[in-house]
Design a binder for this molecule. Structure first.
Ligand code: ADP
Ligand code: MG
Length: 446
């Protein structure tokens, strides 16, 4: 990939933008870019330098991302909106061509690493709540104030705010303290996992390992093992939304197929048009993953059906049958035309779940054509039976999450409404426990 049109090779100490930024070490990489920790000599701070591949289409994508990052920064003067800040951008010429570079505020590890670090066991609900508050604050800002859809929300694209000052601790910089030094000994409970679960986890682990190989090996030299979740107590879980490479304006969309598979909303699969509520769907999937450590939906293709169909089946097993699309009718102004449409639909026995793809997957009863036997396992039962959440907590969380996972996009609550939901605003026993823990810690230290 380090060839004409590809990545720019960076060595530690390399200067950028006329010497303003000095490369320190690699933080990560994506399909289109490498991201470096750099020292900003003008402001004496550390920043993240995202260096795009040089070929025309990557430059185009970078310009796109800069447009959205700039808009987000312009509206967030007091820096409270939980969205990564673009500080600067410039072009850099190298042997492989000209690279667009973005200078971003320096953040810590992604939620994906946090989940992995916690051994896919899920975080305590009070931690999840703190994280959700940040994500929702970011989404509310993007949606309501900017009219922007992120369209690739997922744990990997939410980064914790780094609490390490690279100036004081350049080696560990970029790693939040909670990820510093995992303790030994193997995890328990593996024997009780069933095969499918194991397989899923292995797959997820591989995916994570791929993304963060470099950084993990720098810290631990091995996979994070059985550090208990207790160690997260007392740590402030602030985070920010990053990666605006796929963002779009609600009134000016570019792509029909958006979002990463597991976080993709049903209306995107069915190609029935989308809006802000696709981010809410992804948010719901992310919140579930934070609580349980497992992806909510991990579809795969099978004998006689594709990934899309498996995905729809998984959704229906959790959330019930998809409603025949009522919202089609709403665009007709009078009751009369409503009847006409109903009549026509009955006449042609058309189904009904909206999008261009619906007829490929559903029969006229709204059942999937190729996946027939579904096992309904509603969210609250899943949380109780499989993930062993206490019944009351499971019910409360399910009450919060279920409306977010509405099939009909217009019925999903907005980010603002979620922020006002009782679940976001309770002080639970956990919070009290947390205070206890902190007291105990103090006691032990004392
Ligand atoms: P791409 O669009 O190529 O996927 P991303 O913006 O997702 O690139 O960044 C790739 C990786 O670089 C991220 O997963 C993360 O590890 C790291 N990274 C990106 N932005 C920052 C930042 N502001 N601070 C620290 N690390 C970052
Ligand atoms: Mg990315």
């Amino acid at each position: 990939a380090y060839r004409k049109g590809g990545y720019h090779a960076v060595r530690i100490g390399d200067p950028f933008s006329g010497g303003r930024y000095i490369a320190q070490r690699k933080l990560g990489w994506g399909q289109f870019s490498t991201v470096w920790l750099a020292y900003d000599t003008l402001t004496s701070t550390y920043v993240a330098l995202k260096i795009q591949k040089s070929a025309q289409q990557f430059a185009q994508a970078a310009l796109h991302e800069i447009e959205f990052l700039s808009a987000a920064a312009d509206g967030d003067l007091d820096k409270t909106k939980c969205v990564v800040r673009l500080i600067d951008h410039f072009k850099h010429s190298g042997p492989n061509g000209q690279h667009l570079c973005m200078v971003l505020e320096f953040l810590g590890d992604s939620l994906l690493r946090l989940i992995r670090y916690n051994q896919y066991k899920g975080l305590k609900l009070n931690k999840v709540r703190e994280i959700c508050r940040c994500i929702l604050t970011g989404l509310d800002y993007l949606h309501r104030e900017l009219g922007m859809i992120h369209s690739d929300l997922k744990p990997e694209n939410i980064l914790l705010c780094s609490t390490i000052d690279p100036a004081k601790d350049p080696v560990r910089s970029g790693l939040t303290p909670l990820l510093e030094k995992p303790e030994g000994n193997a995890n328990g409970g593996a024997s009780t996992m069933n095969l499918i679960e194991k397989k899923l986890k292995r797959r997820a682990k591989r995916a994570v390992a791929k993304i963060s190989e470099r950084r993990v090996s720098m810290v631990t030299g091995e996979e994070a093992s059985s550090k208990t979740e207790k160690s997260l107590d007392g740590i402030d879980m602030r985070c920010k939304v990053v990666d605006f490479g796929n963002a779009c304006w609600a009134d000016k969309q570019f792509a029909e197929e958006i979002q990463t598979r597991q976080y993709r909303a049903p209306e995107v699969i069915l190609k029935s048009g989308y809006s802000f509520s696709v981010d809410m769907w992804s948010f719901g999937c992310t919140a579930f993953e934070l609580v349980t450590g497992d992806m909510l939906f991990a579809p795969k293709d099978g004998n006689g059906y594709g990934e899309d169909e498996d995905h729809l089946a998984l959704m229906m097993e959790l959330l019930g049958k998809m409603p025949r699309k009522v919202c089609v009718f709403f665009c007709f102004p009078t009751v009369f035309s409503w009847f006409i449409v109903c009549f026509l639909i009955c006449l042609f026995e058309q189904i009904a779940i909206g999008g261009a793809k619906s007829k490929d997957y559903f029969d006229r009863h709204g059942d999937l054509k190729r996946i027939r036997r579904l096992k309904y396992w509603p969210l609250d039962r899943l949380l109780i039976d499989k993930y062993k959440l206490p019944e009351a907590e499971a019910k409360e969380f399910a009450e919060f999450l279920t409306p977010i996972l509405e099939f009909a996009p217009e019925k999903r609550p907005t980010a603002q409404q979620c922020l006002d939901h009782p679940w976001m605003n309770v002080t639970t026993q956990n919070d009290a426990e947390n205070v206890d823990d902190q007291m105990n810690n103090l006691h032990i230290k004392g």
